[in-house]
Ligand binder design. Structure first.
Ligand code: NI
Length: 245
């Protein structure tokens, strides 16, 4: 069930049976010469929608731009400042809490968002702690690659070639789910360099084609299907447990 494809009476009915929903959250940033710029938003979005359809829970629109300043030397990347993102997450959470949602499960697709999402949660809780009578609502964040069983699956498939950015796992997922978008391009060296992340200029110098430590040529539709199945199952289990807290 998707929020955008629902009517307000349908949401009112949903709230009578559940106060929980999933919000996919990602980024719009380069993913190397072969990865889609939307990879980090598409992966959590498509996993969440499949899980929501299977288990009957509600999925919000995707919060699809995140903290990606380090990718700004690559055309197409859009970034938020952490402060802007914190303010926007607070407004999303306030809106949903206003309507009666009490368990907000954020399924994240971008490592660079983690600190900012957690800071936004601290802001939401700060409001509650200083305002008697404000409803109690809990937020949780899970990175899709940390859903139960997913990390083991990705490691078994790609081991050291997985890397940290433009990984064969995420590119397998988009290849499986959106086969018409699959791209091929030369990758040299096959496994990209690893290293720390600072500003955009430093990133481009360390990681000239945008990958970090990965060999996305290992990506395959079959691997994507395997990861997807495990992730959808893991999300349903974890969402149900969170909904019951
Ligand atoms: Ni990514």
């Amino acid at each position: 069930m998707q929020l955008q494809l629902s009517t307000w009476p349908e949401i009112e009915s949903y709230l009578a049976i559940s106060k929980a929903l999933v919000i996919p959250i990602g980024s719009t940033e380069q993913h190397g010469p072969t990865g889609l710029i939307g990879t980090d938003a598409l992966c959590p979005e498509l996993i969440a929608r499949a899980a929501g359809d299977e288990a009957g829970f509600l999925v919000a629109p995707t919060f699809d731009v995140g903290v990606a300043q380090h990718h700004m030397q690559f055309p197409g990347t859009i970034t938020l400042r952490p402060s802007t993102m914190i303010a926007a997450i607070r407004d999303w959470a306030d809106s949903l809490i206003h309507h009666g949602f009490r368990r907000l499960y954020w399924l994240n697709g971008h490592g660079g968002n983690i600190a900012t999402i957690n800071a936004a949660f601290a802001e939401v809780y700060h409001e509650k702690s200083f305002a008697a009578g404000r409803p109690t609502a809990y937020c949780m964040m899970r990175n899709w690659w940390e859903l139960p069983g997913v990390a083991e699956t990705c490691k078994a498939l790609f081991s050291a070639e997985e890397g940290n950015h433009a990984t064969p796992s995420e590119i397998s997922l988009t290849r499986y789910l959106l086969p018409k978008t699959y791209k091929v391009a030369p990758l040299s060296p096959p496994v990209a360099a690893s290293g720390p992340i600072h500003d955009a200029e430093d990133f481009k110098r360390r990681f000239p084609d945008g990958r970090i430590g990965s060999d996305p040529s290992r990506a395959s539709s079959a691997a994507g299907g395997q990861i997807y199945t495990v992730a959808v199952k893991g999300l349903i289990a974890e969402f149900k447990a969170f909904e019951a807290t």
